[in-house]
Design a binder for this molecule. Structure first.
Ligand SMILES: *[C@@H]1O[C@H](CO)[C@@H](O)[C@H](O)[C@H]1NC(C)=O
Ligand SMILES: *[C@@H]1O[C@H](CO)[C@@H](O)[C@H](O)[C@H]1NC(C)=O
Ligand SMILES: *[C@@H]1O[C@H](CO)[C@@H](O)[C@H](O)[C@H]1NC(C)=O
Length: 299
């Protein structure tokens, strides 16, 4: 039988790439160039744009660097990183998206497809951009694969989440130590409702998945609080993707989406493919994230 992680790997390779157009740099009404800020994004296929840090880097006019906008995303088309960088931005954000499809928190604990979070942080530490603490946003959205590939296993899942989160926040600490002060954390969405998992697991197993995700998210919230308390000058935001996904999946037509949340890949559906939300859903996330961060240098 094909394992879940190889299925997910195949899906990320098969995900569609849709070409788009990047707006060129505009000037404000006084003819000044907009303020330049930075966004360093970490995570998995829910965040990746397929950026290769050794390729073309972000510049005004091409704010996400390689590959061509909107990049190679998990669900196909523009994801929340693209929408927030070029549509909801209030400054010229140069976005370095180090996220990689199939990424996990710690490669020893749960095998990633290619990179794990420490590799992404290593990539960031090599960056040559002239970023400063006050104009740089760090986002982390990870845990989806760590839980998706293990929730059904024997053993104490709650204790495993503690181990995962200790390693997660050890990487966040590296970002702080390098000068990161503004952190957006995104919790794990209800992937137990994704068509891939629904077709693969029994209803009882899916309920276990739900419970493991809820426990992880509660523990993650506590880790964010502790990280903030233990480090001077930190600002954090936690975007609750779990609640957003749940609200949309429970009432998709209220968000202008198709009522069909069991299928995937058709225009207007919640799921872009069997394990990833569509670009329409990313658009909703991006808008909400920009509203949560309104008044910051980025939004
Ligand atoms: C938003 O981003 C776009 C694309 O980089 C840029 O052209 C535009 O000037 C930015 N908006 C503001 C208000 O800085
Ligand atoms: C990954 O997990 C292993 C096993 O628990 C541990 O020895 C190692 O320190 C962890 N690595 C990182 C980078 O967190
Ligand atoms: C939902 O959409 C899928 C295709 O994405 C389709 O195969 C399925 O029949 C649809 N279900 C309903 C109830 O319309």
């Amino acid at each position: 039988m094909l394992s879940l992680s190889s299925l997910v790997a195949l899906l990320s390779i098969a995900s569609r790439v849709v070409a788009g157009v990047v707006q060129t740099q505009s000037q404000d009404f006084n003819g000044h160039s907009p303020r330049t800020t930075y966004w360093f994004a970490f995570g998995d296929s829910y965040t990746t744009t397929g950026f290769d840090p050794t390729g073309t880097l972000p510049t005004p006019g091409n704010p996400l660097g390689n590959p061509a906008f909107p990049g190679e995303t998990g669900g196909g088309g523009e994801n929340f990183v693209g929408f927030d960088t070029v549509t909801y931005n209030k400054s010229l954000i140069l976005t370095y998206d180090y996220a990689a499809g199939g990424a996990t928190i710690n490669a020893t604990l749960v095998a990633p497809i290619t990179l794990a979070l420490p590799d992404e942080v290593d990539d960031f530490l090599d960056v040559s951009a002239p970023w400063k603490s006050e104009d740089s946003l760090f986002s982390v959205w990870i845990g989806i694969n760590d839980i998706g590939n293990t929730f059904y296993l024997d053993g104490d899942r709650s204790a495993f989440s503690d181990v995962l989160l200790d390693d997660y926040f050890a990487q966040v600490q590296r970002l702080y130590d390098a000068g990161g002060r503004n952190f957006l954390f995104i919790n794990v969405p209800p992937t137990y409702r994704a068509p891939l998992l629904v077709s693969f697991f029994s209803p009882a197993q899916l309920l276990t998945g739900k419970s493991v995700i809820n426990t992880f998210n509660a523990k993650m919230a506590a880790k964010v609080k502790a990280f903030k308390a233990q480090n001077r000058g930190v600002t954090t935001w936690t975007y609750d993707s779990y609640s957003t996904f749940t609200c949309i999946l429970d009432d998709p037509t209220a968000y202008g989406l198709s009522a069909n949340v069991t299928g995937f890949g058709d225009a207007g559906q919640f799921w872009g493919n069997s394990y990833h939300p569509s670009s329409d859903v990313h658009h909703i996330l991006a808008k909400q994230i920009s509203q949560q961060l309104r008044g910051t240098p980025w939004f």
